[in-house]
Design a protein around this ligand. Structure first.
Ligand SMILES: [Zn+2]
Length: 151
């Protein structure tokens, strides 16, 4: 099936036309090429207006997100705090990168200076310290003393 574009007057395959249910035969009267040319010209002619409209929309959306976020935070303060605490505890237990990074930052290293190798190294160091602590707890705590108390 072919159709003549009313814009450029060329006969083209129907696939070359944009689907448009409001038009006869279900296709627009101008071909895709003319349509995109049109749109480009429209954008060029209305650059400022489009920019303003976009900015407006962005601003509105930003305000909405902000307002909604604030309301959400106020209404769910306890829940958020709880979630944050659980997350922090888990991050600490698993020595997650964020947690290790925080520890490095606490040492006075700036965020931009922290490398992945640094995090990895610190992580291993922390693991090692934990292991040491576990071992020394085993010696001083329950383990050996427990057995001596029994005898
Ligand atoms: Zn055309």
């Amino acid at each position: 099936m072919k159709r003549i574009c009313k814009e450029c007057g060329e006969e083209k395959e129907i696939e070359e036309f944009v689907k448009d249910k409001t038009c006869k035969y279900g296709y627009a009267w101008d071909c895709k090429e003319c349509r995109s040319l049109h749109e480009r010209k429209y954008r060029q002619d209305n650059k400022e207006e489009i920019a303003i409209r976009r900015k407006c929309r962005y601003q509105k959306n930003k305000e909405y997100v902000k307002r909604y976020g604030e309301k959400y935070r106020i209404n769910n303060k306890a829940e958020i705090n709880k979630r944050q605490r659980t997350y922090n505890r888990k991050a600490r237990k698993d020595l997650k990168r964020v947690y290790v990074k925080d520890q490095i930052k606490k040492m006075g290293v700036e965020n931009k200076d922290i490398t992945p190798q640094m995090i990895e190294l610190k992580r291993e160091l922390m693991l090692f310290h934990r292991l040491l602590k576990e071992v020394s707890n085993g010696i001083n705590g329950g383990g050996i003393q427990g057995t001596t108390a029994n005898t």
